[in-house]
Design a protein around this ligand. Structure first.
Ligand SMILES: [Zn+2]
Length: 293
């Protein structure tokens, strides 16, 4: 299971940047957002857009594919509904997605892995007294699905986390936070919004794609050299590494890049930006669409 990072913007109500006051454990939620597409990345994007000025946030939101870190673990998130109580102030809050087009069992299994990983890193070997339902803090009917045994009940959830804690450590949770030296691939199929002709910096031309997988841009100021990319269909089929990239078309890339530098978030992008190198050209790319390999 992969952990990726789409941090909420600092200084908005969703992320005040204050430190947690301690660690009592983990509070577990279901998003109760059954809409198609309401997956982990969609929720991460809410905190970066329409919900950023609400006092609602979470450290992680998890679906069948990813645990997305939205608030750093050492900061407070507003999820438990108990104001300055221990739920908000002293636990790490995780939301499990229950979107209709997701997979509640896979998402909940991923939450088990993440809980074990967090507890282990905090030196806890027994889940007893360290896993909380949102219900514990305020009486809210949350985590809605787990409380109805979907895909299994709370006791089973806690037992599964304990089993993971009892087992060998590591290997099941893969941190996808990028650093200098990280090896990365482009994760997905991208639509071409713009192509620039060859010039001195980009001898084979370059392209921009501003709204790509998960609705998240490669970066509005970023140009990617066409050289290492393949043209393809929108589903990734028919890849052609000798094809000519055209506006409105699609591309993918199986090549592995090395992160040579990281730029801090810009006014456009709340993620870090990775600097990669290809065709002798250094280029920027938002960390979002990059998968560490
Ligand atoms: Zn909740």
């Amino acid at each position: 299971m992969q952990v990726i990072e789409r941090l909420a913007p600092l200084g908005h109500n969703c992320r005040c940047g204050e430190s947690r006051w301690g660690f009592r454990g983990i509070t577990v939620h279901n998003t109760s957002n059954w809409s198609n597409g309401a997956n982990a990345l969609a929720h991460a994007n809410l905190l970066r857009n329409g919900w950023k000025d609400k006092f609602i946030s979470w450290h992680y939101v998890i679906d069948k594919d990813y645990a997305v870190r939205c608030i750093p673990e050492n900061e407070v998130a507003w999820c438990a509904g108990d104001g300055n109580g221990d739920g908000n102030r002293k636990t790490i809050n995780i939301e499990i997605c229950d979107n209709a087009d997701g997979d509640i069992r896979a998402a909940t299994d991923n939450a088990v892995l993440l809980c074990a990983d967090i507890l282990r890193r905090n030196g806890i070997t027994n889940v007893s007294g360290h896993l909380f339902q949102h219900n514990h803090w305020t009486g809210k009917d949350c985590p809605y699905d787990i409380r109805r045994g979907n895909p299994y009940n709370w006791e089973t959830f806690c037992n599964k986390v304990q089993e993971k804690l009892n087992g060998s450590s590591g290997g099941e949770v893969v941190d996808q936070i990028l650093h200098v030296g990280s090896k990365v691939k482009f994760n997905g199929v991208f639509k071409v919004d713009e192509v620039i002709k060859p010039n001195s910096k980009f001898p084979k031309g370059a392209l921009g794609c501003y709204k790509v997988c998960y609705g998240y841009p490669v970066g509005p100021e970023d140009w990617i050299p066409c050289g290492p990319l393949a043209t393809c269909n929108s589903d990734g089929s028919n890849e052609n590494y000798n094809g000519v990239i055209k506006k409105g078309g699609y591309w993918k890339c199986d090549k592995v890049f090395t992160v040579v530098s990281i730029k801090l978030p810009t006014r456009h992008l709340t993620n870090g930006v990775a600097i990669l190198e290809a065709d002798g050209v250094r280029f920027c790319c938002d960390c979002g669409p990059l998968l560490e390999v």
